[in-house]
Ligand binder design. Structure first.
Ligand SMILES: *Cc1c(COP(=O)(O)O)cnc(C)c1O
Length: 381
């Protein structure tokens, strides 16, 4: 049977989500920061070694909290790749910040750390390192540049849950890190995210911003006898039902990662002969990076009509998709941001990338079918 549809993504469920939700229902605490949220916080703190891990309703919300903690003011510049999701930039634009886009590396599609220093001006407040496909940016260089110029580092580790750089968890290396638990990521709760606070300076303020600008978190721990308005803020926390769902996933985060990496490696093996034939390029993972199997992509040769390839795969009932439209070329990115230097790799690679289906439960036969169909199509062209 070769005709079943191979979807791009199928959210993985551990099987414990509903019983956790039903337990949260019986606990009758449905607002945020109940027992399941606390379990998630403790687990994430232990896993990452961060000073504080705070669940948010999305990675977007965690990035917005980062912009608040950084006190981004109109005109402040934030260095980031253009090849990223809109929230990386939007979180800062909401505060009047100006995204300064830097080109990406040819191998990992991550921000080119060697181009960051020339992009720094007197207005630069922070560098955002986006770990694309769960493969770490060159963090040692990025942290060193940031230190030389006294700017902060925020990790957009939306795709980097359970991945590491030189043995250290992504999200725990910069001043702040942001995770996503969106259903398209590895560990999920529908919508969901987490802010990792690594800089001790911000642990208390992060709690306050997240709880509508109040010291409610301290009140919940019995540290103060009432809570009051302390600072600006908003409601960034998820409800307890979301945390209950997430807890079922975090408990299996190791297995989920192992399983995805296994599928990822198999793709890497299956695509080797096609790379040798020159019809595609496989992903590159530097020695220092332990990735999490978030995404498997291939890069088509220059000049291949990607739309036709995606259509061709779709005709064979395989759903493969492209990825980010570079922000510097988008209408709002042009209006609110600027580039630093040429965007050669960003423009070239963003047009050549195709992400292949990758989900837990995919069979070897399905993976073979994806790669054979793609390889044959690219050879025939
Ligand atoms: C998914 C993603 C986000 C946004 O995550 P949400 O949880 O949906 O807000 C931000 N940045 C990157 C790089 C992402 O891949």
């Amino acid at each position: 049977m070769n005709s079943d549809i191979i979807p791009f993504n199928r959210p993985y469920l551990t099987g414990k989500e509903l019983s956790n939700i039903s337990q949260a229902y019986s606990n009758s605490q449905l607002a945020g920061d109940g027992p399941f949220s606390r379990r998630c916080h403790q687990w994430l703190q232990k896993q990452t070694g961060s000073k504080s891990a705070l669940l948010t309703h999305s990675c977007t919300a965690a990035l917005e909290m980062a912009a608040l903690l950084l006190d981004i003011c109109p005109g402040d510049e934030i260095i980031m790749p253009s090849y990223t999701f809109v929230s990386t930039a939007n979180a800062f634009v909401l505060r009047g910040g100006v995204p300064v886009f830097v080109d990406i590396r040819y191998d990992t599609l991550n921000i080119n750390e060697q181009l960051i220093e020339v992009a720094i001006t007197s207005r630069t407040k922070a560098i955002v390192a986006v770990h694309y496909a769960g493969v770490a940016c060159e963090m040692d260089s990025i942290l060193a540049v940031a230190k030389r110029h006294s700017v902060r580092v925020v990790e957009d580790a939306a795709q980097g849950v359970m991945a590491r750089y030189k043995g250290r968890p992504l999200g725990s290396l910069g001043d702040l890190g942001a995770y996503s638990f969106h259903e398209t990521k590895n560990v999920i709760s529908g919508e969901g995210g987490c802010l990792l606070v690594n800089n001790p300076e911000w642990v208390t303020r992060a709690e306050i911003l997240r709880q509508k600008g109040t010291d409610r978190s301290r009140f919940d721990r019995g540290e103060v006898d009432r809570y009051t308005w302390r600072d600006m803020g908003s409601s960034f926390l998820p409800g307890e039902l979301t945390a209950a769902f997430l807890w079922a996933q975090l408990e299996e985060a190791d297995q989920i990662t192992r399983e995805r990496v296994k599928i990822w490696r198999r793709y890497q093996d299956l695509t080797l002969t096609w790379e040798e034939k020159g019809v595609l390029r496989r992903p590159v993972v530097p020695q220092d990076c332990q990735h999490n199997g978030h995404t498997f992509f291939v890069l088509l040769p220059d000049g291949v009509d990607r739309k036709m390839v995606i259509k061709g795969l779709s005709d064979e009932r395989i759903n493969a998709i492209f990825h980010f439209v570079p922000l510097h070329s988008s209408p709002y990115g042009k209006a609110r941001g600027r580039t630093s230097g040429p965007m050669t790799n960003t423009e070239n690679l963003s047009l050549r990338i195709i992400r292949l289906p990758l989900w837990i439960g995919m069979t070897n036969d399905q993976q073979t079918r994806v790669v054979e169909t793609l390889g044959n199509m690219l050879t025939r062209r």
